[in-house]
Design a protein around this ligand. Structure first.
Ligand SMILES: O=C(O)C(=O)C[C@]1(C(=O)O)C=C[C@@H](O)C=C1
Length: 303
């Protein structure tokens, strides 16, 4: 989201604008997955300590890539932007070398900065355990992954290229999923009185909050659109630019992207984690808010 283009807060926080950003990020994520799928699974890059002697880093090759990339980006103030969340803990990253930009205050800070709202460790886990194997043909029964032996199809030695793509995919997924905070803020402000009783109940009523933010029809449309986009973006053309028809189930094995893996990723991980972010944000939405403001919001319920 371009927070500095002069757009006003109500415009930036409109559900239409935020959903537009989520739709645009679908394109980014699909293209980046197509790039990652060009390389083998390369399991070694996800094993903690596998390159310890070479890089002097206890974590995995990928975590080292994240640390090094994010250290550089932190200097350029990437993580001062409200929609950017590093995988490396902020206190291990360098400070920006230029003055931070001033952003309009869109999110409620006590909620946005609460540690439970950052789900990057869960993103890293599902990505490494489920998505990379899925798109590189390991363990999903596609032609690329038939062999259970670690052969050339599972380890092509392109550790730098694979991890570079992984970092890009992870950062895009993280932006997408943490956008849940903007969705939540928008929904909360449009009807605070609906949310307040469930936030204030002891313990907070997470199921009721999840019920309020869930929009099944939006999710259903998203999954159809995603499959269509993956089919179009991953389509093959001959040298004359004519589209070569490829059956959906063969797309993964033809070096493009496995449609089921992309749709399954959104259905099983991206949407549920976005909803967790939305609910966790709401749970802390009233932290430190004066009672007079809460009373004011509750008047809307009676009106
Ligand atoms: O668009 C919304 O209203 C959202 O909350 C985002 C989102 C999603 O992750 O795409 C999550 C929950 C809703 O059920 C629908 C879609």
């Amino acid at each position: 989201m371009n927070f500095t283009s002069g757009a006003d807060v109500p415009e930036l926080l409109s559900l239409e604008n935020i959903r537009g950003q989520l739709i645009r990020l679908e394109d980014t994520i699909i293209f980046l997955l197509i790039e990652r799928a060009q390389f083998a699974f390369n399991h070694k890059i996800y094993e903690a300590g596998a390159f310890k002697d070479e890089i002097g880093f206890e974590g995995s090759w990928l975590e080292w890539f994240l640390f090094e990339t994010e250290s550089f980006h932190a200097k350029a103030r990437r993580f001062t932007s409200p929609d950017e969340h590093p995988f490396t803990p902020l206190d291990r990253l360098p400070k920006p070398i230029i003055k931070p930009l001033s952003f309009p205050s869109l999110l409620y800070q006590p909620a946005a900065s609460h540690p439970s709202v950052n789900v990057n460790s869960r993103i890293l886990k599902f990505y490494v355990e489920h998505i990379v194997p899925g798109i590189t043909g390991v363990g999903n029964g596609s032609a690329k992954g038939k062999s259970k032996e670690v052969g050339k199809d599972q380890d092509d030695g392109n550790y730098g290229s694979a991890a570079t793509r992984d970092v890009e995919v992870l950062q895009a997924l993280s932006r997408r999923i943490h956008f849940g905070m903007f969705v939540s803020e928008s929904k909360f402000l449009s009807a605070p009185h609906d949310f307040i009783p469930h936030i204030l109940s002891n313990p907070p009523n997470e199921d009721a909050l999840a019920g309020l933010i869930t929009k099944p029809e939006v999710e259903a449309k998203l999954l159809v659109r995603l499959a269509n986009k993956a089919r179009v973006y991953g389509c093959e053309m001959d040298a004359d630019g004519r589209v070569v028809e490829v059956p959906d189930e063969e797309m993964g094995s033809r070096g493009k992207i496995d449609l089921k893996a992309v749709v399954g990723m959104y259905r099983d991980w991206v949407i549920p984690l976005t909803k967790d972010v939305e609910v966790d944000y709401l749970i802390h939405r009233l932290d430190g808010v004066p009672q007079t403001q809460i009373d004011e919001w509750m008047k809307g319920a009676k009106a």
